[in-house]
Every structure is written in C-alpha cells, then in structure tokens.
Design a protein around this ligand. Structure first.
Ligand SMILES: Nc1ncnc2c1ncn2[C@@H]1O[C@H](COP(=O)(O)OP(=O)(O)OP(=O)(O)O)[C@@H](O)[C@H]1O
Length: 595
C-alpha cells in the first residue's frame, strides 16, 4: 500500500541549509585541481576587471587632461590586449566548470540510483515511483547551476567585492562610506525574503513530485483508463495537480524576483548618496573629477557582484530544497542490510524452515495488523510446496519473507539451517529464482531478457534454458529469433509468451529455491500446455514454493499448505486433503465446479 500517493505532499525535510550546502560542495573535492585552476583563472580576470577603472582614471586625469595622444593610444592598446585575454580566460573557465558540474551531477545521480536499489520493498511501498523519479532526475538537475555558480560566482564575486571596497577606502574613505551606505538595508531585506522564499520552493518541489507521480501512474495504467473511458476524470485530476503546481511556482517566484529588486533599489540609493556627497566635494583637494568618475565605476563594480551574489543566493534558496530531498534519500538506511557478521551462503541444498514466524507490514503505525501469526513449517530439499488459500490470506507474504524482501520482526527463517538474517543478502537471493505474476520484460532483445537471470550466461546456456521451458520454438519463429527487440513491459508479446521468457530467465539462473506466483490469466490451450511443461521443467530438482492456481500444479505438489487467517490451517498432499474434506476440499470443489 502506498502511504504517500500523488495526492499527499511529501513530508518537509528539515535540515540546516548551511550543512546541506557544505555537503553538496564537498562533492567538488574530487575535482579540486580543476576547481583550483578555475579559481586561478578567475583571480586573473578579477584583477583585469579591477584595473579597468584605474586605466580610465589615468586616461582622463593624465593623458586627456595633458592632451597626450601617444600616451592615450598606448594605454588603449594595453586595455584591448588585457581585455582579449580576459575573454579567452572566461571561455576556458566556463568549459572547465561545465565539465566539473556535469561530472558531479553524474556522481550524485549514480550514488542515488545505487542507494535506491539497496532499499527494501518497505521504501517503495511508501513512495510512488513518479516521486522517486522526480528526485533522481529533476532534483539532481536543479543542482547544476548551483554547483557551477558556487565556483564562478561565489568566490570571485566575493573577492571582487573585497578588492573594490579596499580600493575605494584607500582612495577616499568618505566617498566609500557614502557608496556603501545602503548595505544594512539590503542585508535585512534579503534575509527576510530568503526565509519566505525557501519555504515556498519546498512547496513547489513537493507539488512537482505529486504531478510526476500522477503522470507516471496515469501512463502506467493507460490501458485501464482507456478501457473504462476514464480519460475525462483523469484529465480533471491532471488539471487540478498542474494548477497546484503552477500556483506553487508563482508563489515562490514572486519572492525570488524580490532579491533583484532589493539589490537594485540599494544600488540606486548608494549611487545617489555617492554623487550627493561627491559632487559637493569636487574642487576640494582630495576629490578630482577623475576620482568621482572612477568611483562611479567602482560602485557598479561593487553592486554588480552583489547582484550576482544575490542571484546565486536566490538560486541556492530555490534549489537547495532539491539537495535536501536527495540527501534525505541518501540518508535513508536500508531496512534490510547485511550485518557485520554476515557470511556468504554455501551452495544450498534447499531445506526451508519457518520457526514461529509472525509478521506485520506497517509495524509501529496505526495501521499495524498481523498478516502472519506463529507460522511454522519444514520443507525438505527438492520438495514442491503449493500455497493455496483465499485472496489476502498471506501467501505472497510468506514467499516475500523467504526472499527477505521484508524483514521478519521476530523468530527465525532458516535455509539449510542458516538463519537468513545472518547471511549475505546477495548470496541468498542469487540462489533463489523469484517469478512474480508480472513477468517483467525489459526493453531489449529476448537474449538480454533471458540473460538477466545470469548476466554472464553464454548463448548455449540461454538457448538450453529456453529449450528446457519450451520457449525456444516460439522464439525461433520470431523474425530475429533471440535478437528480436522487445518493447517495454513486453508490449507486443502474448501473456503466455511473456511467461515463457520469464521461465527461461529463471531457468538460466539455476536457482536452488524457486518461488513461483502462477499467473491466473487465461491463455490459449496450446500455450497453456507449453507453460504447463515449462513449469514442470522449472520445478524439477529444486525446492519450490508455488502460489498455485492450476489444479495440475496443486495435484502434483509434494505438500499443499492452505493459508488463511494468518497461518497454515491445513497441510498435506492433495489426496490427503481431499479425504479430510476441510478447507482445501471446499476450494478444490469450487474450482472444479468452475472448470
Ligand atoms: N506492502 C504491503 N503493505 C501493507 N499491507 C500489505 C502489503 N502487501 C500485502 N499486504 C496485506 O497483507 C495481507 C496478505 O497479503 P498477501 O499479498 O500476502 O496475500 P495473498 O494471499 O498473496 O493474496 P492474493 O492471492 O490475492 O495474492 C493482505 O491483507 C494485504 O492487504
């Protein structure tokens, strides 16, 4: 059950912005030489931009005033050369930073992907796929500009501001103080706006996630939507979600725009105060026209990086919620992890023991209800166990616990007398074949889909597995044989064909313990016969748990467990249970009548 559907906003991640930023920027450590190179380039470019006003001051006060044309031309040529160098360096800086930031995004995305794969079913039960996608794609993308600008804006602009302030005070402290008089006002304004803005961007990201979750769910269920002609209703929900998304964006962007406005206002105010004070001082010994013109340039050189920094800050406030959401997932501890003492399982024979196992899905929540209570059984290597019982009885839960998709809360499950909680997860799952009713088909060739069961399988192994489960003939009838490209989810294949490919995939992995959730869908008699034979081939020589719907599978099983009310209410062979005339007998008769 998904406790967090597209209708629910995700919980707000509470984190310290500074800590999040530092964690994000720590990814730059691996690229320190490139970043240092960029900073060196930036030092030169900042230096060039700082001496430009000095050149103007010199040109006016020295060469123009004294009508020295040659001096003016030389100064002009010097200015052109250093500014061409400036342009080239800026281009190099942009290229290096684009490379570094893209590498970091790749690293974060890979880390996120690998971590998500390690999380248990409990995590996926609580989040729609669309919301997970939003974090892997959208939130990671949102960090790109922050990463680039942290190097290209934060440090150089900060250095520029410091440099300009020092030069201004060295030139004339009174004009400098006048130019910077509006800074306190700006600080207060930016602080207030960022507080509100951050909260609004968090809301916006949640609304984007909801929309993503809905579209993903909608597209996955398109066949159901179209067959029930529910297009109008789903469109209405879509409109409602896009509207919420739009409103949250406008709500956030209104405040984001205010950063620039505050800086602009303070810039104008500072310039006005400078000229009010400066014009009154012209003629006094220390203030020449050249100095006032230079201050006019310096004030721009001061406020322009302040504007850049405020844009960067705005970007940070806008996108830091993306980083918070990414780190929240990275910090989610997998429920099912190898313990420090976990050891690799030796090759299994296939004995399985459940010892007084109880289980609930939503432990610790109000929804907590026991799905299994005190379940115990023993299965010998090579036996086929059919699990039967009414819907919702707990059959899938039993096999999910054996595969350790969920962790049992108490007591023990043993395979060959090894407690599955104490063994390395990979060594357990690699010896199990798990076939759900979905028979998921990946986009790719038939060969690749079968080899999913054993990634290093040879062509011979793949063909042998396909032959064993009766899939080879239908594959060979396809135009490209094993190289036929299958579409996502196996669109274009019949249900029976999808099953046969999934059988071959499981067969090639040669599992010691097989879990098979038999599909109930009806298929044509000829394919049914092939599927039947495929199942028989799969079951042969390995311990198997089959959530059985076919009478033929049930009849041939070594033992049948009838599951109901959180436990095994009957067990025995088909013959024994029929003679007992209990629950199984009723189920059998009901199915038999249907047939
Ligand atoms: N991921 C989950 N989160 C919470 N409850 C769950 C989850 N999966 C199953 N349940 C609940 O656990 C109970 C047993 O479900 P389970 O899937 O094991 O039944 P089943 O016997 O396999 O049913 P079916 O034959 O319909 O597949 C049901 O009441 C179900 O609602």
């Amino acid at each position: 059950m998904s406790v967090n559907s597209f209708r629910d906003d995700e919980a707000t991640v509470s984190s310290r912005k500074l800590r999040t930023c530092l964690r994000l920027f720590s990814y730059m450590k691996s690229y320190k030489w490139s970043v240092l190179g960029v900073l060196a380039i930036m030092t030169v470019t900042v230096f060039i931009s700082l001496i430009n006003p000095l050149i103007i001051e010199r040109a006016i006060d020295l060469h123009i005033k004294n009508k020295n044309l040659q001096g003016l031309l030389q100064l002009g040529a010097f200015a052109i050369i250093i500014n061409i160098i400036f342009i080239i360096l800026v281009k190099i800086r942009m290229y290096v930073m684009a490379k570094v930031s893209n590498h970091i995004l790749l690293e974060i995305r890979q880390e996120l992907y690998v971590h998500i794969q390690s999380l248990s079913f409990q995590f996926f039960d609580s989040r729609p796929t669309g919301k997970i996608l939003a974090r892997i794609i959208g939130d990671v993308n949102s960090l790109k500009d922050v990463l680039v600008n942290s190097v290209t804006t934060l440090i150089p602009d900060f250095v520029t501001i410091c440099g300009v302030v020092v030069i201004m005070f060295m030139k004339d402290a009174r004009l400098a103080a006048a130019s910077l008089s509006s800074i306190p006002l700006m600080t207060i304004g930016v602080f207030v706006v960022q507080k509100i803005s951050h909260k609004r961007w968090q809301v916006f990201r949640k609304k984007s996630s909801n929309l993503n979750a809905y579209v993903h769910e909608d597209l996955s269920g398109m066949a159901v939507i179209q067959s029930f002609t529910a297009e109008k209703e789903t469109y209405e929900t879509f409109c409602q979600l896009t509207d919420e998304h739009r409103k949250s964006f406008i709500g956030a962007v209104v405040y984001a725009d205010m950063f620039g406005a505050i800086v602009d206002f303070c810039w104008g105010l500072g310039t006005m105060v400078l000229f009010l004070v400066g014009v009154g001082m012209i003629g006094s010994q220390s203030v020449s026209v050249g100095i006032l013109v230079a201050f006019g340039t310096y004030i721009s050189m001061f406020w322009s990086p302040v504007m850049n920094l405020s844009n960067f800050y705005n970007q940070l406030v806008t996108n830091i919620s993306g980083a918070e959401r990414i780190f929240e997932i990275l910090d989610t501890k997998p429920d099912i992890e190898n313990t420090k003492e976990a050891f690799v399982l030796p090759e299994l024979k296939g004995a399985v023991d459940f010892q007084d196992v109880s289980f609930t899905y939503d432990e610790g929540t109000n929804a907590e209800t026991k799905v299994l209570e005190h379940v115990s059984f023993h299965v010998n290597p090579g036996e086929t166990i059919a699990l039967v019982g009414p819907t919702g009885a707990g059959k899938t839960t039993i096999v999910n616990l054996l595969s350790r998709f969920y962790e049992i809360q108490n007591r023990t499950i043993l395979v060959d007398q090894y407690d599955i909680k104490k063994v390395a997860l990979e060594s357990l799952r690699s010896q199990m074949g798990i076939m759900t009713q979905e028979n998921f088909i990946f986009s790719g060739t038939i060969r690749e889909n079968i080899a999913y069961g054993k990634l290093d399988a040879t062509d011979e192994e793949i063909i042998e597995a396909a032959k064993a489960v009766n899939a080879h003939d239908f594959i060979m009838q396809m135009e490209q044989g094993y190289d036929t490209i299958l579409k996502e989810k196996g669109a274009g294949l019949s249900i029976g064909q999808r099953q046969l490919i999934a059988f071959a995939r499981t067969m090639v992995s040669m599992p010691k313990i097989l879990i098979l959730d038999e599909a109930t869908s009806s298929i044509d008699t000829q394919t049914e016969l092939l599927v039947q034979k495929g199942i028989e081939a799969l079951l042969k020589g390995r311990t198997s748990f089959v959530i059985a719907h076919r009478l033929s599978t049930i009849e041939k099983a070594d033992k049948i467990f009838v599951i109901d009310k959180g436990g095994i209410i009957e067990q025995g062979t088909a013959k024994e249970l029929l003679q007992k005339k209990g629950q199984y007998y009723k189920l059998y008769m009901a199915q038999f009548k249907n047939l």
